[in-house]
Design a protein around this ligand. Structure first.
Ligand SMILES: [Mn+2]
Length: 331
């Protein structure tokens, strides 16, 4: 038999030769990894691959996705797989039980767009850091394999497009992203509803938290920095998901270049989230707050082993120092 010439051919050949295929994303709930996992599984089944298991969890946001009920909870994954595929993140970020299954699989593959991914750690690797979402890479695979788009596949892929581009706002959005999204819309998906569910819908406790945090937002450095926090009693009985989106609204305030939100996690532990619109590298600021802090230049965070009050003072200090040169040059 001739060797498959491209990674996409190799992936399809490996899946067709397998009795059991496992598809997984990283541990965190993410619209791109869920959409890509479920879409890839659906397509492989349509191409005659008998047993495709997808592991993951929908959290509070993604229970409506097509095939969401077919997801195997991460702790329940076991046994020997002929092919294990990780999408939208690498094998170092899997749930413990999934990692065991992944490491023992006969062959491994990755479809991913993260800069940190090491392609040589897989038998078959498709890594493209210039693509805005893994779901866009999966759509390319479908074209190569001749998988026709339908509404369910398009709903899954559009979820990843919207999640990873922030509804086509982030700089990663390219002309090709819109061309592909147009093909997804042409299947008749409810794109408006998908976008609302993926990015904007929030829980009722989340609405209350937003009101508390926005209401006490302090504007520092002539309105360049927005700083806010939640009190321990406000966070009682809420989940991490309930705090989603608060800092993004703070950052979208006119004149604001950087936002910081502080969430107490105990007497002497405070989670700091940082965002910036331009110029300020908040990953560097997160590392200054605590050595394990970090993230991306525009979105970062740190867990600081200090009280809310102490952390708030420290965060205000590093932000004011960071924006001082900007303000000086603007004058
Ligand atoms: Mn992604």
């Amino acid at each position: 038999m001739a060797q498959p010439s491209t990674p996409s051919d190799a992936l399809l050949a490996a899946a067709r030769a397998a009795d059991r295929v496992l598809i997984t994303g990283p541990l965190q709930v993410d619209g791109d990894s869920l959409g890509a996992s479920l879409a890839l599984a659906r397509a492989l089944r349509s191409l005659g691959v008998a047993r495709v298991d997808v592991t993951g969890h929908v959290g509070s946001r993604y229970g409506w996705l097509p095939d969401a009920e077919s997801l195997i909870p991460e702790p329940d994954v076991s046994g020997l797989y002929d092919l294990a595929v990780v999408v939208d993140g690498d094998r170092t970020r899997l749930a413990p039980a999934v990692e065991i299954a992944f490491d023992s699989a006969r062959r491994t593959a990755i479809v991913d767009h993260h800069v940190s991914t090491e392609a040589s750690a897989y038998d078959i690797a498709m890594v493209d850091v210039d693509v805005s979402s893994t779901c866009a890479m999966v759509l390319d695979l479908f074209d190569t394999w001749g998988v026709p788009l339908d509404r369910d596949l398009a709903t899954l892929l559009y979820t990843g497009f919207v999640f990873d581009t922030g509804s086509f706002r982030h700089p990663s959005t390219a002309p090709g992203t819109h061309h592909m999204a147009a093909r997804l819309l042409a299947t008749g998906i409810d794109h408006s509803d998908i976008t609302t569910r993926v990015l904007f819908e929030r829980s009722v406790p989340g609405l209350r938290l937003m009101s508390h945090a926005l209401g006490r937002t302090r504007l520092l450095a002539d309105g360049v920095v927005a700083l806010s926090w939640l009190e321990p009693e406000e966070l009682a009985g809420t989940t991490v998901d309930d705090t989603e989106g608060i800092i993004d609204l703070m950052l979208c305030t006119r004149g604001v270049s950087a936002a910081v939100l502080l969430l107490p996690r105990g007497e002497a532990l405070t989670k700091v989230s940082l965002r910036s619109r331009h110029l300020i590298d908040v990953a560097a600021l997160a590392r200054r707050l605590w050595h394990t802090g970090g993230g991306h230049a525009r979105a970062a965070g740190a867990m600081v082993p200090q009280s809310l009050d102490q952390t708030r003072d420290a965060a205000a200090q590093v932000l004011l120092e960071a924006v001082r040169p900007l303000r000086a040059s603007a004058k």
